[in-house]
Design a protein around this ligand. Structure first.
Ligand SMILES: Nc1ncnc2c1ncn2[C@@H]1O[C@H](COP(=O)(O)OP(=O)(O)OP(=O)(O)O)[C@@H](O)[C@H]1O
Length: 471
C-alpha cells in the first residue's frame, strides 16, 4: 500500500461515516493532507495500534463531522495539538500510550464527553482540567497519579470516573467526590483503598474443571465457563492476564469477591492462581441456572447509561421490575453496611437474572473497599445511591414507560421524550430524594430499604427475596 488515497479509493467510500485504519494500515500515510478533506461525513476514525506519536494537522479537515477518535495503543507522549480543533469530538481514546499529564490545553473543551486514558504514565492532572465542562466519563485507571486536583470540580457533568490502580495516597478533594452527577467511581489498587487478603478463599487449580467450549458469557475482564468444583456445577471465570482493564485488577476483583456474602449478590466460592506467577488466574462462582444480563452496556450515544434491554430481557412485567429494585437495594445495603464495599459499576448490564426470575447483582471488577468510619464513608455510599437511582430510572423507562423525577438532569440525557410521569406518593418521594444533586440529601441504602419495605407494592418482591435467602 503506497498511498492513503489509494487505500481510501479501493476500500471506502468518501461518504462513509466510519473508517478503520488500525494496526498500522494508516502508518506513514497520514501525512497526505489532501485526503482528509475528502471525507465530508466521517464521524468515527480508528487509528489504534499504529505506532503513532503525532497526528498531522490535515486531520483538522474532519472537524465539521468527527465525533469519535480512537488512538489507543500508540506512542503519544502528549495530546497532539490538532485535537483541540476537532470541535465536534465527543469521544477520544488514548488508552495504552505514553502520556504523562492530563491537561485540557489541546482537547476540544466544548464537545468532549468521554475521555479514555487508561494505562498511560499520567502522574499529573493540570488544574485546567476543570475547563472540560461537558465531560461525563473519564477513564484514568492504570496510571501514576498520586493525587487528584480539586479543580476537577469544574467538570460539573462528570458521572463516571475510573481511578483504579494508581498511586493515590492523599485524600480525594471533597469538591470532586461531591460532584452533583457523580454516580460511578473505582478506586481499588490505590494506597487509599483497602485491599484484604484472599488467602482463605484460595483453592487448588486442579480441583476445578471446565471445557473451553462451554462458555456462559464474556466480560471485559475475562470469560465465564460452565465447570465443576467439589462435585458441584459451577461458573468459572478466567481473568484476562495483564489486560489493564478500565475498571481495575483481577487481584482487587478477587479480594472483594471474597468479602461478599449475600444471597442476592453473585460472588466467588474460591480463586485459583497461575502456576507461573502466583497471580489470580480464575474464580469459581455458584452457577446461576440460565443467567442473563438485563441491560446492554453503554453505547457511544448513551455514554454513561446502559444502551437498553438485552434481547433476553425485552419484556419484564411490573412485578419483575419491582423485584429487581428490591433485590439490588437489599444487596447494596448489605455490602455497604457490612463490608464497606462500593460496587462501582451498578448497572443493569451487571444484574444477572436466573431462569426462575431472581435478580442478583454481579461483577465486582470496579469495586473498592472504604473505611466505614472515615469521613468519606457517607460520600462513597451516596455516590452509589445515585447509580442505583439511574438503574431504577432505566427500569421504569424501559419496561413501565414511566419517567421518574430527576433533579440532577431536568432535561433527559438523550433529549428523548420520556414516558408518563410517575404518580406522586411515597415511592415518588423516595426516588426524588435519590435522584438529586445534593449528596447530603440522598438517603442511605438502609433508609432506601426501610422505605421500600413499607410500600405494599414491594411486598411480593420482599417475600420472594426472603425465600431465596432461606433456600
Ligand atoms: N455465576 C454465573 N452463573 C452463570 N452465568 C454467569 C455467572 N457469572 C457470569 N455469568 C455469565 O457470564 C457473563 C460475563 O460475566 P462477567 O462477570 O465476566 O461479565 P461482566 O459483568 O461484563 O464483567 P466485566 O467487568 O469483566 O466485563 C455474564 O453476563 C453472564 O452471562
Amino acid at each position: 500500500m503506497s498511498d492513503l488515497a489509494d487505500l481510501v479509493d479501493s476500500n471506502t467510500n468518501e461518504t462513509c461515516e466510519e473508517l478503520t485504519l488500525s494496526n498500522g494500515i494508516g502508518t506513514g500515510l497520514l501525512q497526505n493532507d489532501s485526503v482528509w478533506c475528502r471525507f465530508k461525513f466521517l464521524k468515527k476514525l480508528d487509528l489504534n495500534n499504529s505506532e503513532l506519536s503525532t497526528l498531522p494537522s490535515g486531520i483538522e479537515a474532519l472537524s465539521p463531522t468527527l465525533e469519535i477518535l480512537f488512538l489507543s495503543e500508540n506512542n503519544f507522549e502528549a495530546f497532539p495539538e490538532c485535537l483541540g480543533n476537532l470541535n465536534r469530538l465527543r469521544m477520544l481514546s488514548l488508552r495504552g500510550n505514553r502520556l504523562t499529564e492530563l491537561s485540557s490545553s489541546n482537547l476540544p473543551k466544548k464537545s468532549l464527553v468521554w475521555l479514555i486514558l487508561t494505562n498511560n504514565q499520567i502522574s499529573r492532572i493540570d488544574p485546567n482540567v476543570g475547563e472540560l465542562k461537558e465531560l461525563r466519563k473519564l477513564m484514568l485507571s492504570h496510571n501514576k497519579l498520586s493525587s487528584i486536583p480539586s479543580e476537577l470540580e469544574g467538570c460539573k457533568n462528570l458521572e463516571l470516573v475510573r481511578l483504579a490502580n494508581n498511586e493515590i495516597t492523599t485524600e480525594l478533594p471533597k469538591e470532586f467526590v461531591t460532584l452533583p452527577k457523580l454516580a460511578w467511581i473505582s478506586l481499588a489498587g490505590n494506597p487509599i483503598a483497602h485491599c484484604p487478603q484472599t488467602k482463605e478463599k484460595e483453592i487448588l487449580k486442579s480441583s476445578v474443571s471446565f471445557t473451553e467450549s462451554d462458555v456462559l458469557g464474556k466480560g471485559a475482564s475475562g470469560i465465564v465457563y460452565a465447570g465443576k468444583y467439589s462435585g458441584k456445577d459451577v461458573a468459572v471465570k478466567i481473568f484476562k492476564q495483564q489486560s489493564m482493564g478500565s475498571d481495575g485488577n483481577p487481584e482487587d476483583e478477587a479480594a472483594i469477591n471474597a468479602l461478599i456474602d449475600h444471597p442476592l449478590a453473585v460472588s466467588a466460592l474460591g480463586f485459583f492462581l497461575c502456576d507461573e506467577n502466583e497471580k489470580h488466574e480464575g474464580m469459581v462462582m455458584p452457577l446461576l441456572d440460565g443467567a442473563k444480563t438485563i441491560g446492554r452496556v453503554p453505547s457511544f450515544d448513551t455514554v454513561t447509561r446502559d444502551a437498553g434491554p438485552t434481547n433476553d430481557a425485552i419484556d419484564l412485567d411490573r412485578e419483575s421490575v419491582l423485584s429487581i429494585v428490591w433485590n439490588v437495594a437489599t444487596a447494596l445495603e448489605h455490602v455497604h453496611r457490612k463490608a464497606g464495599v462500593s460496587n462501582g459499576d451498578v448497572y443493569l448490564h451487571n444484574i444477572l437474572m436466573c431462569k426462575v426470575g431472581t435478580a442478583r447483582i454481579s461483577d465486582w471488577g470496579a469495586s473498592f473497599i472504604y473505611d466505614g468510619n472515615h469521613d468519606f464513608a457517607d460520600v462513597f455510599e451516596r455516590i452509589e445511591v445515585l447509580a442505583f437511582g439511574r438503574l431504577v430510572q432505566d427500569l421504569f423507562d424501559w419496561y413501565l414507560n414511566s419517567s421518574l423525577p430527576d433533579l440532577t438532569e431536568p432535561a433527559d440525557f438523550l433529549g428523548r421524550t420520556r414516558g408518563v410521569p410517575l404518580e406522586s406518593g411515597p415511592f415518588y418521594d423516595l426516588v426524588q430524594s435519590i435522584l438529586q444533586p445534593d449528596q447530603h440529601k440522598r438517603p442511605s441504602f438502609k433508609e432506601i430499604k426501610s422505605t421500600l419495605s413499607q410500600l405494599p407494592e414491594f411486598e411480593r418482591a420482599r417475600h420472594a427475596a426472603d425465600r431465596v435467602a432461606c433456600s
